[in-house]
Ligand binder design. Structure first.
Ligand code: PNS
Length: 164
């Protein structure tokens, strides 16, 4: 079986992530979307909440599995017997950071873990989870950024009623 891991924070999942997941699902037998459980990074949602949101958002894509992982991605990938990591590239500003991670993973895995970059579709090029949180914090409109049920949860976290 030809599988790939799509790792990330997904705090919360956006239409940009979902675009990458949907396209990757057409390229592999299975896409394992994996939420990084990193206690040091302050997140709006718990890992469990992020996994649940991803499961709900991808429920119509049969070859997508959602999990979480902690520690190094190379160790997790090895334990899953997967050697491809998928990452989305939005703009050139993502490239340096992503290249560094990809090359470090390649080196640390003894050449085993490759990273496959998918360029984000244009309409989502400037979408980010942190942008979504900032807009929602000020009760702005995030309906074009995340699915409705996610927007509701984000507004709740900031103590706002869902906007119409
Ligand atoms: O959505 P994000 O926060 O940009 O995702 C970053 C992620 C999860 C892909 C990256 O931080 C990661 O893989 N972390 C796991 C720890 C690890 O393996 N670090 C070594 C790579 S430099």
């Amino acid at each position: 079986m030809h599988s790939a891991i799509y790792p990330g924070s997904f705090d919360p999942v956006t239409f940009g992530h979902l675009d990458i997941i949907s396209r990757a699902s057409g390229m592999f037998d299975e896409v394992i979307v994996s939420v990084l459980d990193n206690c040091n990074k302050k997140a709006l949602f718990t890992v469990e909440e992020r996994v649940e949101m991803l499961k709900e958002a991808t429920k119509d894509i049969p070859n997508v599995r959602v999990e979480s992982f902690s520690g190094l991605l190379i160790e997790y990938a090895k334990s899953m017997n997967v050697n491809i990591s998928i990452r989305g590239l939005r703009a050139i500003t993502d490239f340096e950071y992503e290249l560094q991670i990809a090359q470090t993973n390649k080196l640390l895995s003894g050449g085993k873990l490759d990273t496959l970059f998918l360029t984000t579709s244009l309409e989502y090029a400037y979408l980010s989870s942190s942008g979504v949180k900032e807009i929602a914090n000020f009760n702005g409109d995030i309906s074009k950024c995340v699915p409705d049920f996610v927007a509701k949860k984000v507004y709740e976290k900031f103590g706002h009623e869902k906007r119409d």
